[in-house]
Design a protein. Structure first.
Length: 130
């Protein structure tokens, strides 16, 4: 498996163990990771920095979940917020959830616990080509 990712990822998950696991995998691949614990923090970081290549967004979190956070980000008119790839992290995928994820403006989803190979494939699609 190719393991070189030139990408900056914002990982949004309220579970510290999930953040640690994803960070370990991303670091191994050479990606840069930043973290938020809920949708409120995610919106703040995306708005302040505007340098993420992709966001991994947990769907269910306290304060503000991933669906709502994505809707807030997509409501901003600048192209960065419209085009930023957002991948849902979710433990289950019912058809109603898939509809919510698509309707919110998320680009894709990955099931937790995540398969590193699938995560790599999804993230590599958003990598900056140099």
């Amino acid at each position: 498996m190719e393991t070189d990712l030139k990408i900056k990822v914002l990982v949004v998950d309220d579970n510290n163990i999930n953040r640690l696991l994803i960070n370990k995998v991303l670091t191994k691949w050479g990606a840069t990771a930043d973290f938020a614990e809920n949708g409120v923090q995610a919106v703040e970081k995306v708005t302040e920095n505007q340098d993420y290549d992709v966001v991994l967004m947990d769907v269910y979190m306290p304060e503000m979940g991933g669906i709502e956070a994505t809707q807030v980000i997509r409501a901003k008119t600048e192209p960065y917020f419209q085009q930023l790839p957002i991948i849902a992290l979710t433990a289950s995928m019912l058809s109603s959830e898939r509809d919510q994820i698509e309707a919110s403006g998320m680009n894709d989803y990955i099931l937790k616990p995540f398969d590193p190979q699938k995560l790599f494939e999804k993230l590599s699609a958003f990598q900056k080509v140099e």
